[in-house]
Design a protein around this ligand. Structure first.
Ligand code: H79
Length: 454
């Protein structure tokens, strides 16, 4: 029988309330958990963000950076790739249109590629000439986007790649990037590269207002970046900035890429590739709040991070809605990527899908924002999220006349269809809850049933 454990929000509320003894008797524990919760609160509540991969690579309909790191026969040459900035001129770029689109999608934060592995900077760094202000466009795109985000209270995070194909202190740039793209920490120049990273991060953290998070993409052997020093520096400049887990130290959240873990991630157990397997069965464990590991799945809408006119393999809006629900049901965030066109616009296929997800969230957002993993896991046909005394059943299958839910240790006082506010009749025993369903699913994608409990 499933036991309903208080969710993480409940825990922090309990720990914070002076009239209430914390669940853990050691006062240091409660203090640590509480301060962690405060730093990550906005992020936990946000649940859904927009990832943006944009750079001169968008001109060539090729993936960001990888064409020079792992060239394919007949593909773009490194020389051609490196010449792309000379033509980059996204005249139709309107940063407010990006923010408006994220809002319409129901996305609560944005993460932008300030520098991908190719080393090209979308900001006006004074430490390199390989940057946006030396293109025909000339303007600092990171500044433009930061201003638009801050003007609309949209948290903005910076993707920053530690691997840097352009910097001669990262690798011997007289050789093709494919020969040494992993970097050369054994060379005497390496400390100069680490200094370059520190200087650029200082620019990013001092010139562009509050930075919601830094999203490192360290690839392999991340220990060479001296991550703790980098994180300490970030926190000296902006204590509130969250940091992901790809610079050799654990960070604030883990980042499964292109897959959704099949269990709720717990601390001390790295989310592994095993969770990516299509046959990976859902697991029904519900961790105690203090064991929960904060995490974020990043994912593309088609199969490429950068704009690619040939990649027409778009996920449907229904699939994206279910992915968001799946992620939220395990306590995670969903960072969904767009690769803007070289014109500066976001292609209609992405816009349509994002707006469809946003439309679903207009009616069902209560079951996503501010929630954490639900008390029933690993079952077929539906997913659960939880917030305070509400439990939400996200119906993937609709099997009228009733849905049966195993006991989750809380007494239900009401059930209703969330989007319509329509009350549903139910019956609860010690073993299970049975909610009666109308014949037709009210939503073609995911219909949500809200349960209020004592
Ligand atoms: O920035 C995005 C990717 O470029 C980067 N992380 C996200 C957020 C990334 N890091 N590692 N990987 C992607 C996985 C590497 C996949 C690869 Fe490939 C397989 C590289 C080369 C073969 C994908 C497929 C990229 C080129 C072909």
């Amino acid at each position: 029988m499933a036991t309903y454990l208080p969710n993480r929000r409940d825990f922090f509320r309990l720990a914070a309330a002076s009239s209430c003894a914390p669940l853990f008797s050691h006062p240091a524990w409660a203090a640590i958990m509480e301060s962690e919760a405060e730093r990550t609160r906005w992020y936990r509540d946000a649940k859904f963000g927009m990832f943006i991969h944009w750079g001169p690579y968008s001109l060539a309909s090729v993936e960001a950076s990888w064409p020079i790191m792992k060239p394919t026969p007949g593909g773009i040459t490194q020389a051609e790739y490196e010449a792309l900035p000379q033509r980059f001129d996204p005249a139709l770029f309107d940063p407010e249109a990006f923010v408006d689109l994220a809002r319409a999608a129901g996305q609560k934060y944005m993460v932008f590629t300030t520098k991908h592995h190719d080393g090209f900077c979308m900001f006006d760094s004074q430490y390199t000439s390989y940057k946006i202000t030396n293109t025909p466009y000339k303007k600092d795109i990171v500044k433009m986007l930061s201003d638009a985000c801050h003007g609309d209270d949209m948290p903005l995070g910076f993707y920053y790649s530690p691997p840097d194909m352009h910097n001669p202190n990262f690798r011997d740039t007289s050789k093709p990037a494919s020969a040494n793209w992993e970097g050369q920490p054994e060379r005497p120049q390496w400390p100069l590269y680490l200094q370059y990273m520190q200087l650029q991060l200082t620019e990013l953290l001092t010139r562009y207002g509050p930075v919601a998070l830094i999203w490192f993409d360290g690839l392999n052997d991340q220990a060479k970046y001296d991550g703790q020093r980098v994180v300490d520096m970030i926190h000296r400049l902006q204590p509130e900035t969250l940091v992901n887990d790809r610079i050799g130290v654990p960070g604030d959240f883990e980042t499964p890429e292109q897959f959704i873990p099949t269990r709720i991630p717990t601390r001390g157990i790295k989310i592994s590739g095993i969770d990516a397997s299509a046959s990976g069965r859902l697991q029904n464990g519900v961790p105690a709040p203090q064991n929960f590991q904060l995490w974020e799945t990043c994912m593309t809408i088609n199969n490429t991070w950068a704009y690619n006119k040939h990649d027409r393999d778009f996920k449907s809006s229904g699939k994206l809605i279910r992915s968001l629900v799946e992620v939220a049901s395990r306590g995670g965030n969903f960072l969904l990527n767009v690769g803007p066109e070289p014109t500066g616009q976001i292609q209609p296929e992405f816009q349509e899908r994002l707006r469809a997800v946003g439309n679903w969230l207009t009616f069902n957002g209560d079951a996503i924002y501010g929630t954490t993993y639900g008390p029933v896991q690993g079952v077929a046909g539906y997913r659960t999220t939880a917030k305070n005394k509400s439990i939400y059943l996200h119906m993937f299958d609709w099997n009228a006349p009733a849905i049966t839910v195993p006991d989750f240790g809380a007494k239900v006082i009401s059930a209703r269809l969330l989007a319509k506010g329509m009350p549903l009749t139910f019956r609860q025993t010690e073993r299970e809850l049975e909610v009666n369903l109308p014949a037709q699913a009210p939503d073609p994608n995911v219909s949500v049933i809200a349960l209020e409990t004592y």
